[in-house]
Write a protein that binds this ligand. Structure first.
Ligand code: HEC
Length: 198
């Protein structure tokens, strides 16, 4: 009798755990957190892999031709976030510790007009061309307490291959502009409709 009771208890516990797991959004809570940043021994950030398959947030566009021939970030800024971080943000509306926001720069197709635009069958405008660089923001309240918990990294503004690691940029080079102008927790969320969409 005692044995059976023990077995039943064990089964009940197992079922409870299984049910709890099922209703606990495993994509958010149970992942192995492979999305966390990887740091070298001397504190450099390693360039993540597979980012073009992450969730695509949007593409602000600053054509060179509209910025004196040399935009600070030429030209499309394709912004990505890891799917697990996206799921956490959608649930909590907070970027978790370890969030990586990755922006890959992409040039426009060759200009035909002074404003940098060209004519394609769909109309006159700007059309994506070659990849041209990577910038990254990482949320880490220990490493970057002095710049509102975010660190900024430039992996090169040129065609791939990009740098494999990068040191945090000085605050005045990147963070200060985000501190002064960003919408929410240092991020320009107004340009990423998917973050607030249903
Ligand atoms: C003069 C202001 C300014 C400076 C300096 C600046 N940024 Fe930004 N950053 C922006 C703006 C505005 C956006 C969103 C619109 C866009 O991309 O044009 C942005 C977007 C980003 C994003 C996408 C996530 C987000 O916060 O919206 C990353 C990543 C980023 N910047 C990294 C960097 C890095 C790395 C540097 C330094 C090398 C840097 N930024 C310097 C203004 C700035």
């Amino acid at each position: 009798m005692k044995k059976r009771y023990t077995l039943a208890t064990a089964l009940f516990a197992a079922t409870t755990i299984a049910t709890g797991y099922g209703s606990f959004k495993p994509a958010v809570a149970q992942q192995s957190e492979t999305w966390k940043p990887v740091w070298t021994a001397d504190g450099q950030l390693e360039l993540p892999t597979g980012y073009r398959e992450w969730v695509y947030l949007g593409s602000p566009l600053t054509p060179n031709a509209l910025n004196g021939g040399a935009a600070g970030f030429p030209e499309y800024h394709n912004v990505y976030v890891h799917p697990d971080v996206y799921a956490i943000y959608k649930e909590t509306k907070v970027f978790p510790e370890g969030t990586i926001l990755l922006k890959e720069l992409q040039l426009t197709q060759e200009a035909q007009e002074e404003d940098g635009s060209r004519l394609e069958v769909s109309g006159r405008g700007y059309f994506p061309g070659a990849y041209n660089g990577i910038d990254i923001a990482v949320k880490d309240s220990t490493r970057f307490a002095d710049s509102q918990n975010w660190g900024y990294f430039n992996f090169g503004h040129h065609a791939p291959p990009y740098a494999e690691t990068a040191s945090a940029a000085p605050i005045e080079a990147c963070a200060s502009c985000h501190i002064d102008n960003a919408d929410e927790d240092m991020v320009f969320t107004r340009f990423y409709a998917i973050l607030s969409a249903d």
